[in-house]
Design a protein around this ligand. Structure first.
Ligand SMILES: Nc1nc2c(c(=O)[nH]1)N[C@H]1C(S)=C(S)[C@@H](COP(=O)(O)O)O[C@H]1N2
Ligand SMILES: [Mo]
Length: 255
């Protein structure tokens, strides 16, 4: 069966079943095809999990976050930085050196693990987008982001076939998250080093941050230090794929 017709059948199955019994059937179907999000057993119900399954089946191919004209860039981008800037000595030293010593580690299920400097990333093919960033708290803004596509870095590293997720970590220990390969390989998913034409300002995540414009703000982790490719999230951190579910937010934050 072609990938497309298989997709159509599963999608039809997921959207036509109704009622509680139907939901259970749909959940079983979704799980069988690897479409249950890693936090599905936790704080969120079956409905939330099926949103992810349905999105992945229906949208996996074509969907993109809307891109805007330069004139729509917000004059005052919001900052959401509950813990404030990193205050540790190492960050102080890196900042004092204009982040020349900053490294982004790429490891896990890749043929060629490595570490990239900001200058190294800036030397790679550059992608720019003007997109909307929305926080779960209700505010949002439009900004221009430039960086290197995550798909480019993954291609350089050589992702192994069993890879299913990319986990990413901030220099701030409580901030880490993950996305599935569909999101990781999406052309709008960037490792951003510039915002509105300037080096990423510190409150927005200098010198590098994840930019996933198809998901909510909290997935856009600041001060990025490491990307780990994995086939399972069970043994990573809290096992839920993100620090967000621990404080009540869903792993999948598609918008
Ligand atoms: N390391 C780190 N990443 C983070 C945060 C943070 O405080 N620290 N805040 C998150 C939240 S909740 C949102 S909405 C966005 C906000 O990004 P902004 O301040 O650039 O608008 O970054 C996300 N990434
Ligand atoms: Mo947020």
């Amino acid at each position: 069966m072609s990938d497309y017709s298989r997709r159509r059948i599963i999608t039809a199955g997921l959207s036509t079943v109704a009622g509680a019994a139907g939901l259970a059937v749909a959940a079983r179907l979704a799980s069988r095809y690897g479409l249950m999000p890693p936090d599905s057993g936790g704080v969120y119900g079956i409905g939330e999990s099926l949103t992810y399954a349905t999105q992945r089946l229906v949208m996996a191919q074509g969907s993109a976050a809307r891109e805007f004209e330069r004139s729509r860039i917000s004059a005052k981008p919001h900052v959401n930085y509950p813990a404030g800037p990193p205050r540790d000595e190492e960050f102080g030293r890196l900042r004092a050196g204009q982040f020349a010593e900053w490294r982004l580690i790429v490891d896990g299920l890749v043929e060629r693990p490595g570490a990239h400097s900001v200058a190294g990333l800036k030397g790679m093919p550059r992608a720019t987008q003007i997109t909307h960033q929305a926080c779960e708290e209700g505010w949002s803004y439009i900004a221009e982001w430039s960086g290197v596509r995550l798909s480019h870095l993954l291609q350089l590293a050589g992702v192994k076939p069993q890879a299913r997720y990319v986990v990413y970590y901030s220099h701030q220990p409580h901030w880490w998250d993950s996305i599935d390969m569909a999101e990781a390989l999406h052309p709008q998913t960037l490792i951003a080093y510039e915002m509105n034409g300037e080096d990423l300002p510190e409150p927005h995540g200098a010198p590098l941050r994840m930019k996933v414009p198809r998901q909510l703000g909290y997935k856009n982790v600041k001060h990025l230090v490491r990307l780990t490719v994995t086939d399972s999230l069970k043994n990573v951190g809290n096992g839920l794929g993100s620090s967000a579910p621990s404080v009540g937010f869903a792993w999948y934050a598609g918008i």
